[in-house]
Design a protein around this ligand. Structure first.
Ligand code: G3P
Ligand code: CA
Length: 300
C-alpha cells in the first residue's frame, strides 16, 4: 500500500498526512462559481487545488461550468431568448439553454457574475485553457469530466479533449509541473477508464453519489475502483454514515476526498470549519472539496 500512496502523489507530495484543500468551483462561497475571480480568490485563500467542472461548447471547446445548461448562472435568457429548448416536467414547461448549443464566442458574451452579486457584473465563463493560465504555478488543477455521455451524443469525446489540453500544456504526466499537480475526477467510471486507455497516468478520483454506495463503497467496489483510479470522492453523508469506508479505502491505497463542505449548509455542525475538522481529523479523510477555503482547519 506504500507504493499505492506514492502513486497517488501529488496528493501526498507536500508531506505525508498533510490534509489537502480543494476549492470547490473556486472560492464559490464568495465569488461566482467556476469563474476566474473565484479561482483567484481560492488561491489567495490558500487552496492546494482549484476545482473546475468541465462542459463542451458547440464548437468543441472545454469551458468551466457546473451545469450542462446556462440559465442558472448567466443572463442567457435575456441575451438569447429565442435559443431555448423546452422541456416538459410535471405538467409545466421549462426553458433550458444547453452549453452545447452555443459557440465559445457566444458563451463569452454572457454575464456569469451578476446572478451572484452585482459587484461581479461582466464576469465571463472561462474556457478551461483560460482557467489553466490563471491557476498554473499557483495551485493544482482538479478538473471534473461532467456528463461525458451527453457530449458523446453530440459527437464529442470529452476524454480526448481533456487529454489534448493536458498534453498541449505539458501537464499530462505526473510531476510534469511540480507547482501545478493535476488530479482528474468524474462520476463516470467509463470516463476515467477512457483517460487511462488514452495513456493518462495522472491520479484520478472516482466520485460516488448517494445511491451508488452499494455499487462502489463495498470492499469489492473499492477493489474495482483501484483498477483505474487512485481515490474515491464520496458524498460526505456516505462517510458520516459509514466511517469505516475511510479505513477500507486506505487499506487499498485509495485516497478519500468527500464533497461538499459549505458555510451555507454545515449539516448540523456549529459551522463549516467544525464540520471540516471532524471529517479531516476524526474520520481521517485525506482531502475535501469546500466552497470556503478560508475556513479550512490547517494543523501544522
Ligand atoms: O466534484 C466534486 C463535487 O463537486 C461533485 O459535485 O455537483 O458540485 O460537481 P458537484
Ligand atoms: Ca464538481
Amino acid at each position: 500500500s506504500v507504493v499505492r500512496w506514492a502513486a497517488a502523489a501529488p496528493l501526498m507530495a507536500r508531506g505525508a498526512g498533510r490534509k489537502i484543500l480543494i476549492a470547490h468551483r473556486g472560492a464559490s462561497a464568495y465569488a461566482p462559481e467556476n469563474t476566474l475571480p473565484a479561482y483567484r480568490l481560492a488561491i489567495e485563500q490558500g487552496a492546494d487545488f482549484v476545482e473546475q467542472d468541465l462542459q463542451i461548447t458547440r464548437d468543441g471547446v472545454l469551458v468551466c461550468l457546473h451545469d450542462v445548461t446556462l440559465e442558472r448562472t448567466t443572463d442567457v435568457a435575456r441575451v438569447f431568448p429565442d435559443r431555448a429548448r423546452t422541456e416538459s416536467a410535471g405538467g409545466t414547461t421549462i426553458r433550458r439553454w444547453p452549453v452545447v448549443d452555443f459557440t465559445l464566442e457566444e458563451i463569452q458574451r454572457l454575464d456569469a457574475g451578476s446572478w451572484f452579486d452585482e459587484r461581479f457584473r461582466g464576469t465571463r465563463i472561462p474556457s478551461w485553457q483560460q482557467a489553466i493560465d490563471a491557476i498554473r504555478g499557483k495551485a493544482g488543477l482538479y478538473p471534473e469530466l461532467k456528463a461525458p455521455e451527453l457530449y458523446e451524443r453530440h459527437g464529442f469525446r470529452m476524454e480526448e479533449l481533456v487529454w489534448e489540453t493536458l498534453r498541449r500544456n505539458r501537464l499530462h504526466e505526473p510531476g510534469a509541473d511540480p507547482k501545478t499537480p493535476v488530479i482528474l475526477q468524474s462520476f463516470s467510471a467509463e470516463a476515467l477508464k477512457r483517460m487511462r486507455a488514452l495513456g493518462c497516468r495522472l491520479p484520478m478520483t472516482m466520485l460516488v453519489r448517494r445511491g451508488e454506495q452499494r455499487r462502489w463503497l463495498t470492499p469489492e467496489g473499492l477493489r474495482e475502483i483501484r483498477s483505474f483510479a487512485t481515490g474515491i470522492g464520496p458524498d460526505k453523508s456516505l462517510v458520516r454514515e459509514d466511517p469505516g469506508v475511510v479505513a477500507r479505502a486506505h487499506e487499498l491505497g485509495l485516497t478519500v476526498t468527500p464533497y461538499t463542505f459549505r458555510s451555507a449548509d454545515p449539516d448540523g455542525f456549529p459551522g463549516v470549519r467544525a464540520e471540516m475538522e471532524h471529517y479531516l481529523y476524526e474520520l481521517g479523510v485525506d482531502a475535501l472539496f469546500t466552497d470556503n477555503p478560508d475556513q479550512f482547519p490547517r494543523r501544522a
